[in-house]
Design a protein around this ligand. Structure first.
Ligand code: HEC
Length: 490
């Protein structure tokens, strides 16, 4: 499944979905945003992490992808250091040498704004470099069984080390009687990922790097007893947004799943390739150009007669999935059906405003609504049962809608998946701490670091070509907004 999925879908639609999910928080957000529109409140160290310097440099821990930055002021003036940070091209131009240091590749432009460059420079120069400090760090913590609410002894953990994207080493250990584990003697100049396979369910952390001054990482890794019964899986809300393009209808589907049990759902039915079907996604006949926007990885899906299936295990709590696809649009009448897969509390269908008519069976409504200055026809339903069908017939081509302005898009994007996290670690932390944890400073700081790490691993995915640039920029923007939000609460 290495296909790159493309769609004609406009970013507008994705934004729109988000908007619908978060109308309330949107207003809140806009207000809050006006109060503090910059990243200036991040410390130099945080900016050093946020701007990805940590992926290539240590300060006093030896060479990495780039030179060790310890005592870099013996080599350059402060202005020159700032030039390196803002745009190394300036150094290359004035020195006529690229790369400047022998044995290294050139440093890519990092596009750091001047105020941040200043703060990063101050930070680099301020770091205390203890003589003979340890050369390695450790990652330790506890594996917790969230179903039995206790430590999980004897669980196998595999740590993979990476140099860039290339795995360099693998180590497997077992958690002790108390569920504790520790990976020691880990070099700074690698990134690390821990994976657990527990009773058929797979868990994996994000890739982690050691931050300057960080010697130990402490993680709690929650796991769950598995279940093959899907009784606890339901859909809290399902949104379907339809827009016309050139000869195609572009459909965006956003579903918020809920696993209300205390076990991880590992899937019941075995699919052709031996993997287990964990979530079913019914798509209308003729659906093509599937594009997975959020919550689902193309490598984990299997095409099925009804559409496609996810094969990843579903942890207790909520999971948001966003994907898009295209349907052929004929000039006369275009029909399609959507079949409900799971008990669905709330369903919303929006169709970009038509020149004439759209007929929808299985939902009520049809009135015209304005969303961000665009016209849509809207249908809804509550408490739909699996197997129920929604039938849509479009009688004329749909008028094309203009994309909304970029500024508005960014504002909307920043709430896209607020609270929805990518990694196992933060995901479960959310569950454990029950959504919005109390405003304890330590928690917020941790959350902030967590977000910065997510940004870093997003950067990795982008650099590895796993997500396209537009999506990357949007998600990154949104995560940065989250960071700002957390910072404001500190
Ligand atoms: C993708 C890896 C990468 C990233 C990310 C990166 N750098 Fe670099 N950096 C390098 C490399 C490689 C060199 C050496 C380049 C050369 O000699 O031409 C370098 C050189 C430098 C130098 C000069 C060091 C010396 O001894 O000559 C400074 C200062 C520096 N980087 C700071 C930063 C800061 C601050 C950031 C974050 C904003 C950053 N770098 C991000 C790879 C990176």
């Amino acid at each position: 499944m290495q296909t790159i999925y493309k769609s004609n879908f406009s970013i507008f639609i994705i934004v729109l979905i988000t908007f619908l999910c978060c109308q309330l928080s949107f207003q809140h957000e806009v207000k809050a945003q006006g109060q503090d529109p910059s990243m200036a409140s991040l410390s130099g160290e945080e900016l050093f992490i946020e701007n990805r310097c940590v992926r290539c440099h240590t300060i006093g821990r030896g060479k990495f992808v780039g030179p060790d930055l310890a005592n870099v002021n013996n080599k350059y003036t402060e202005e020159e250091i700032i030039k390196w940070i803002e745009n190394p091209q300036q150094i290359y131009q004035s020195s006529g040498k690229m790369p400047f240091n022998e044995g290294y590749p050139p440093m890519p432009p990092m596009n750091v704004p001047p105020a941040q460059a200043q703060a990063i420079k101050d930070y680099i120069l301020s770091v205390d470099i203890p003589e003979g400090s340890s050369k390695t760090g450790s990652i330790s913590g506890q594996v917790l069984n969230k179903t039995s609410e206790g430590p999980a002894p004897g669980v196998e953990l595999t740590l993979t080390s990476y140099m860039g994207d290339r795995p360099t080493d693998e180590k497997t250990i077992k958690s002790d009687d108390q569920g504790n584990f520790s990976f020691d003697n880990l070099n700074w100049d690698r990134s690390y990922q821990i994976a657990i396979n527990f009773k058929g369910a797979q868990y994996a952390t994000d890739k982690m790097v050691f931050f300057p001054n960080e010697e130990t990482k402490i993680l709690n890794l929650p796991i769950f007893e598995p279940t093959v019964e899907e009784d606890d899986i339901s859909v809290v809300e399902s949104h379907m947004i339809v827009q016309a393009g050139d000869g195609v209808l572009s459909v965006a589907d956003l579903t918020l799943f809920d696993n209300s049990g205390d076990k991880i759902y590992v899937g019941g039915k075995e699919l052709n390739d031996g993997r287990k079907e964990s979530l079913r996604f019914n798509t209308p006949k003729g659906a093509q150009s599937l594009n997975f926007i959020h919550g689902i990885n193309p490598d984990d899906i299997v095409q099925t007669a009804y559409g496609f299936a996810d094969t990843t295990s579903i942890m207790p709590g909520q999971k948001r999935v966003v994907y898009t696809y295209d349907l052929p649009l004929s000039s006369g009448s275009t029909k399609f059906d959507k079949t409900i897969d799971y008990p669905t509390s709330s369903f919303l269908l929006l169709i970009s405003d038509l020149e004439r008519t759209a007929e929808v069976k299985g939902l009520t409504g049809g009135e015209s609504v304005q969303i961000q200055g665009e016209s849509f026809l809207k249908w809804t339903a509550t408490d739909l049962e699996p197997g129920q069908q929604i039938k849509v017939e479009l009688k004329t081509p749909i008028a094309k809608i203009e994309y909304i302005k970029w500024g508005a898009i960014l504002l909307l994007l920043l709430i896209v998946i607020v609270g929805v996290v990518y990694s196992l670690v933060s995901n479960n932390k959310t569950i454990a701490n029950n959504q919005f944890e109390e405003d304890r400073v330590e928690d917020l700081k941790e959350k902030r670091i967590e977000l910065l790490k997510e940004i870093a691993s997003l950067d990795d995915s982008f650099e590895a070509g796993q997500i396209d640039e537009q999506k990357y920029r949007n998600i990154r923007e949104m995560k940065k907004e989250e960071v700002k939000k957390v910072t404001r609460r500190l």
